[in-house]
Design a protein around this ligand. Structure first.
Ligand SMILES: Cc1cc2nc3c(=O)[nH]c(=O)nc-3n(C[C@H](O)[C@H](O)[C@H](O)COP(=O)(O)O)c2cc1C
Length: 386
């Protein structure tokens, strides 16, 4: 086991349970929840776990390598840290913890436009290796300013998000009056008082704010104002006209995140994207959505030779990553998992979560008798054979 691995937390459930004890409820519910009745968030993981893989035992095998290449870069494992907004609200300083851990462990870290660390700091911590996720800015000047900053910060990959034409309908966040900085209602104060490590660290690192957007954002927005600000600043719905200037200006790799249909995958190829992330935003946008593990195989089979097909939503373990890779993903991402890690283990949460997932994933490769991650699809048991 790697020295970063903490044997008290060998599974994602262990990390999630511990994180729940250490994060104030309003922030934990923002992290953990899906939307509406949580159907999609539950379905994502449940359907991933329907995927079965076939082991081979009576065969010699060399050492399994978890390394793989995506977007022209080699990584030590086939998973990365998905962009998550407001990270510092869920665990103080978590974007720094995760960017450092990703860089140290040679996996990608994607910085969200609306998280609590700015592009320049992400770049500094990762020596120019952080990917940047962009919401679609309504104003061309804002778009160009952010793109210039991402380019100056040497971000190798720009990830354009397409699945937020509207803000997700999340009853818990509405009830909790989710805000940045946290709204000081009596309920929220009581929740914070019950989580002293979180409260102490928030004092230590300061109130979380939208760092990348600081030059453009008014302060102290509640959920309603945040929605209005986001609506005004980012015109949610993407289309060809809005994508073209981004593709023309951005010289690095361009990825479309939130693809859930073959038609959108086909458009992404036509519009010059280098990759897509098949994603339903972790079940946080459309509660009636198809799980990503069910939309992935068709998209990968049809377009996997024309565009790099990655996937997220619902993965929580090494076997889950292997299931997704076997089903056609060239690479995977996780959002909540790494924040559970930070919530549970603070500064050590990033390294531990990566180490745990890698250990679990490698164990699956050894069981399957798989030396290279690219060979995983050979082990998929087709539905008709189950
Ligand atoms: C609390 C939270 C905030 C998120 N914020 C963003 C965001 O700002 N930008 C984005 O592209 N995706 C965002 N996502 C979606 C993630 O990038 C990713 O698609 C999702 O978390 C994957 O599902 P998983 O959490 O089951 O791994 C967010 C997800 C969560 C849980």
């Amino acid at each position: 086991m790697a020295k970063e691995f903490n044997p008290d937390y060998p599974s994602m459930d262990d990390l999630r349970n511990k994180a729940m004890l250490r994060i104030p409820r309003f922030a934990f519910e923002y992290l953990d929840g899906g939307c509406n009745e949580d159907v999609s968030v539950v379905r994502n993981t449940a359907e991933i776990r329907e995927v079965q893989l076939q082991p081979r035992y009576l065969r010699n095998k060399g050492i399994s390598s978890t390394k793989t290449t995506v977007m022209g870069m080699e990584f030590d494992a086939p998973f990365g840290i998905a962009p998550v907004g407001l990270q510092g609200l869920m665990w103080p300083n978590s974007p720094e913890i995760l960017a450092k851990a990703a860089h140290k462990n040679k996996i990608p870290f994607i910085l969200s436009t609306v998280t609590t660390m700015h592009i320049e700091r992400a770049s500094e911590l990762t020596e120019g290796n952080a990917w940047f996720q962009l919401y679609n800015p309504a104003e061309d000047s804002l778009r160009d300013d952010i793109l210039n900053r991402a380019e100056a910060a040497q971000c190798p990959v720009l990830v354009l998000l397409c699945d937020v034409p509207t803000f997700g309908y999340r009853p818990r966040d509405i009830r909790n009056g989710l805000a940045l900085p946290p709204k000081m209602s009596i309920t929220n104060i009581l929740q914070i008082m019950g989580k002293p490590t979180w409260a102490f660290n928030t004092l230590k690192y300061g109130q979380p704010t939208f760092e990348t957007l600081k030059p453009y954002t008014p302060e102290g927005l509640n959920l309603k104002q945040l929605g209005q600000f986001m609506d005004k600043t980012f015109s949610g719905r993407l289309n060809e006209e809005r994508i073209k200037p981004i593709r023309d200006k951005w010289k690095g790799k361009l990825v479309l995140k939130g693809v859930a249909s073959e038609q959108d995958a086909q458009d992404a190829i036509r519009l010059g994207f280098d990759g897509i992330i098949v994603s339903n935003h972790g079940g946080r946008q459309l509660d009636a959505a198809q799980s990503t593990i069910s939309s992935l195989p068709g998209i990968a089979a049809k377009y996997g030779d024309q565009i790099e097909v990655m996937m997220d939503s619902g993965l929580r373990s090494g076997p889950d990553i292997a299931r997704a890779m076997s089903s056609g993903a060239k690479f995977t991402f996780m959002g909540r998992s790494f924040l559970y890690g930070c919530g549970a283990l603070g500064n050590k949460g990033g390294d531990h979560t990566i180490s745990m997932l890698k250990t679990q994933f490698k164990q699956v490769m050894d069981q399957l008798c798989c030396e290279r991650v690219e060979d995983l699809p050979k082990h998929l048991i087709p539905n008709e054979s189950k």
